[in-house]
Ligand binder design. Structure first.
Ligand code: UDP
Ligand code: MG
Length: 139
């Protein structure tokens, strides 16, 4: 059965360009509930751990440098069938391929600077939420 939570980040490009409020507003309008939220900045080591699955990819070094370059917002969301629904809502990895009206289409500027993260499975949603939040930080 599909889980009811996912993990997202508003990435450094979107925070830098002052899109955080608009993005969170769209997420709430879509019916996702915020269970945890904080502004933080990933160290290089933390970014490497978070994206470890991509460590053999050609874009890894650039991704790590980008994701540790500035503040992000880490968020746990709740909704029915949350992982899949949220991935559909943010759109394809490359904003150029993302469906009209999706977050990445609206606010992403390149395949790397694509405004938001979304967990790709219930298992990873749990792992990524635990990476960013303690039990006391969730509501
Ligand atoms: N990324 C990139 N170049 C690529 C593919 C991905 O810079 O060719 C970045 C992009 O920021 C993406 C992240 O690496 O969101 C993780 O890639 P993944 O394939 O997991 O995409 P996602 O699950 O975020 O859609
Ligand atoms: Mg992914």
């Amino acid at each position: 059965m599909a889980g009811d939570k996912t993990f997202t980040m508003v990435k450094p490009d979107a925070v830098l360009n002052q899109h955080t409020g608009a993005i969170i507003d769209l997420i709430l309008q879509e019916g996702f509930k915020i269970k945890a939220l904080k502004m933080t900045q990933l160290s290089v080591e933390q970014a490497k751990e978070f994206y470890a699955v991509h460590n053999d990819k050609p874009f890894f070094d650039s991704l790590i440098s980008y994701m540790s370059s500035g503040p992000i917002f880490s968020i746990i969301l709740e909704k029915e069938n949350c992982v899949e629904t949220f991935r559909d809502f943010i759109g394809a990895t490359n904003p150029a391929d993302a469906a009209e009206g999706t977050i990445r289409s609206l606010y992403g500027t390149s395949i790397e600077h694509n405004a938001v993260h979304g967990s790709d499975s219930d298992e990873n949603a749990t792992i990524e939420s635990d990476f960013h939040f303690s039990a006391e930080e969730r509501y």
